[in-house]
Design a protein around this ligand. Sequence first.
Ligand SMILES: Cc1cc2nc3c(=O)[nH]c(=O)nc-3n(C[C@H](O)[C@H](O)[C@H](O)COP(=O)(O)OP(=O)(O)OC[C@H]3O[C@@H](n4cnc5c(N)ncnc54)[C@H](O)[C@@H]3O)c2cc1C
Length: 455
Amino acid sequence: MHSSQINSHQTVTIVGAGVAGMSAACALAEAGFRVQLVERRGYLGGRASSYLHPGVNEVIDNCQHALFGCCTNLMGFYRRIGVADQIHWTSDMTMIEPGGRRSQLGPSALPAPLHGLPKLLSASAFSINDKLSLARAFSALMRPVASDSTESLGAWLRRHKQSDGALNRFWRLVIASALNAEIDSISLPYAAKVIRELFLNSAEAGSMGMSRVPLSQLYAPVPAYLEAHGGNLHLNTHTDGAVWDDVRRQWTIHLPFEAMGKLLPEMPEAEEAAHLASQIKRHEHWPICSVHLWFDRAITDLEHAVLLDREVHWMYNQSRLQTGRGGHYIELVISATRSFAALSREAAIKLVLSELEEFFPLVNEAKLEKVALIKEVRATFGVSPDIDSARPSAMSPWPNCFLAGDWVATGWPSTMESAARSGHLAAEALADQAGVPMKCFEADLQPKGLMKFLR
Ligand SMILES: Cc1cc2nc3c(=O)[nH]c(=O)nc-3n(C[C@H](O)[C@H](O)[C@H](O)COP(=O)(O)OP(=O)(O)OC[C@H]3O[C@@H](n4cnc5c(N)ncnc54)[C@H](O)[C@@H]3O)c2cc1C
C-alpha cells in the first residue's frame, strides 16, 4: 500500500514556513501525512526569503544565501520540490585586495585534502608566513576535534600562532563570516567542521551554490506540492498558542528560538518546559547586513568575490548570478559585525561605496541609480563554546509535539542546512511516534581521497 493511503488520516500542523518548516512539511506530505503549514508572513522562506522591496521596486532576497555541496539535506528538500536545478554551483573563490590585486582559491586535481593547496600556494593575498600558518592549522584540523571541546576558535588560533595575514584575511573573514560571529565567540568544533567540510573533505563538499532565482520564487512549488498530497499552506496566519485535544492531533513547531520563547508561556504545563526555556535564553543573535546597489553600467565581470581588509566582506553580481535579472545589480554582504549594523543608512551606504571604489575603480564612473540597505539584526544564532547544551532535540516536552529550526541539535551552525536537517529529523521523529517510521534524512557526503582515512 502506498504510504499516503496508510497515513492519510493523520494531520500534522507545522508552525512556521522557513526552511525547517518547509522541509519537514514536504517530507511528511510525501510520506502520506495531511500537512497544514502555517506561516505568519505573506510569503515563504522566513530568514531565507525574498520580497518586493518598496524602496527600489525590485524583488530582492533579504540577503544572498550561499549553500555548499555538503548541504545534503537542503539539497534533498530542493530535489523533493523539483528546484535543485535552479542552484548555480561554483568552485572558485576570487579574493580581491584594496587596489584590485586578485587571488584565486579553489580545487585542483590533487586528492583531498590537498586539492586546495596549489591555488593557496600561489595566492598573492597571503605571504609565505601566512601560507605556512594556514597549512599548520589545516593539518591540525584534518582529524575531527572532540565535540565536547569548549575552546573558542580565537583561543585555538592563538595557540596555533596564526600570522596576522592568516587571521585577518582567512579566519576573521571567510570562517567568521561563514559562522557569523567574532572568532572568540565561535566554538572550535563548529569552526573545525566548517574547515573540514569546505576545504578538506572533497572539492564537491566545498563547492558553493547560489539560487538562480529570488529565494521565495525557489520555494514556489511548495503550496502545490502540499495540496497534491492532501495538505495546505496558510499564509498570514499567526500561531500564538498551542492547544490540542489529544485525539490523533500532532504538532510540529518550526520556529526560531525567540519565536519559540514567545510561544512557551502559552503552551500547556509540562515537565522539562522550564529546561527548554532556559536553553532558549542562552541563545544570542548575530546580525548580517546587505547593501543592494543598481548602477547604470557594469562595474565588474566577476560573479562574486571576497573583499579583503575592509568592512564589506562579499560581493555578489546579481545581474550575472540570477536568471533574467536585467540592469547592473550588485549586492554587498557584511557579516559578523555589530558596529556596521549600528550605522545610520546614510553612513552605511557612504562607507560601502567608498570601499567598493577601492576594489572596482569603474564605480567612479558609474551612476548609482538606486540602493537598498537591509539590516537583519536577528540573522543567525551564535555557536559559542558549549552551545550544544542549549540545543534541544526534536522531542519537545509535550506529547505529539516536535521541535525544528536551525537552532535545535543538528551539529550544524545557523544555516539553511541546519534548518533542513532539523526539519527532516523532526519529520522522522513524528512518523516514528505515529507508528509509521520513514526515512527522509539525507546522509553526509563521504570524505574523499586521503580524508577517507581521517575520520
Ligand atoms: C541576512 C541573512 C543571511 C544569511 N546567510 C546565510 C547563508 O548564506 N547561508 C545559509 O545557509 N544560511 C544563511 N542564513 C541563515 C538562514 O537564513 C537560517 O539559518 C535559516 O533560514 C533558518 O530557517 P528556520 O526555518 O530555522 O527559521 P526561520 O527562517 O526563522 O523560519 C521561521 C518561520 O516561522 C514564522 N513564524 C514565527 N513565529 C510564528 C508564529 N507564531 N506563527 C506562525 N509563523 C511564525 C516566521 O515568520 C518564519 O517564516 C542567513 C540569515 C540571514 C538573516
